[in-house]
Design a protein around this ligand. Sequence first.
Ligand SMILES: Cc1cc2nc3c(=O)[nH]c(=O)nc-3n(C[C@H](O)[C@H](O)[C@H](O)COP(=O)(O)OP(=O)(O)OC[C@H]3O[C@@H](n4cnc5c(N)ncnc54)[C@H](O)[C@@H]3O)c2cc1C
Length: 213
Amino acid sequence: MKQTYLGPLQDGGRVGIIGGGPGGVATAIALKQGARALGREAQVIIIEGKQFAGEQHHNQCVGVLSPPIADLVERDLKIPFPHSLSRSAITGYILHTAQREIILDGETEPSVALRRVQFDAYMLNAARDCGVEILPARVTAFEFHADRVVIYTENTPREVEVVVGAFGMDEGSGVLFENAVGYHPPLALNSVVTKYHPGDEGMITFGNRFGGC
Ligand SMILES: Cc1cc2nc3c(=O)[nH]c(=O)nc-3n(C[C@H](O)[C@H](O)[C@H](O)COP(=O)(O)OP(=O)(O)OC[C@H]3O[C@@H](n4cnc5c(N)ncnc54)[C@H](O)[C@@H]3O)c2cc1C
């Protein structure tokens, strides 16, 4: 187990993680397990605005998980990788350019294609099993005090000693953190996402490869 530095977090200290995607969940589980390894207890709460269970909401993602993600989940977070969610194995990539197709076949273990929303639901449940509280709500504001932070949501406000921003590229949350602590969102490219249904025949030409343009 890697040595965890808990900084000023005391035994029983409270941590509020904004966002229950892979970043927030991995942070929560590692924090819980790291604190226990040091003989301390951390009260960790993930506040996630979306409902992944029942696929009510989802985060954008194609759902291709490449090595070494399965190993990392099992070795570092000590939770089983959900191989049962896999819909197919991806053994390579095809890049489609205006002139030609470039095939990139991997020599390592294949990637796994799954429904990202199911993976998110699985990981949030795994965090719950590790003793993390999951609060289904959207964070709307913060109040920073010398000894604590008040997190406001659509439900009851929560008080914590440490706040972790794991909100991905959510622009509204970026502004909340910018106003509260001077956070600057990273430079990013805006992209247009579209769906293309190639039909059964088209899928056969892809084989087990993942295509991109
Ligand atoms: C179109 C697209 C396709 C992609 N395809 C792949 C792929 O095939 N394979 C791959 O490995 N990666 C893929 N990615 C990248 C992958 O989605 C990200 O790397 C990953 O989601 C980052 O995880 P995260 O936890 O940091 O952020 P996110 O997954 O974005 O999670 C952030 C969470 O925070 C929550 N949140 C935000 N603000 C608040 C708030 N104020 N209150 C409460 N909750 C809040 C959001 O609801 C969200 O669930 C893709 C990304 C995109 C956009």
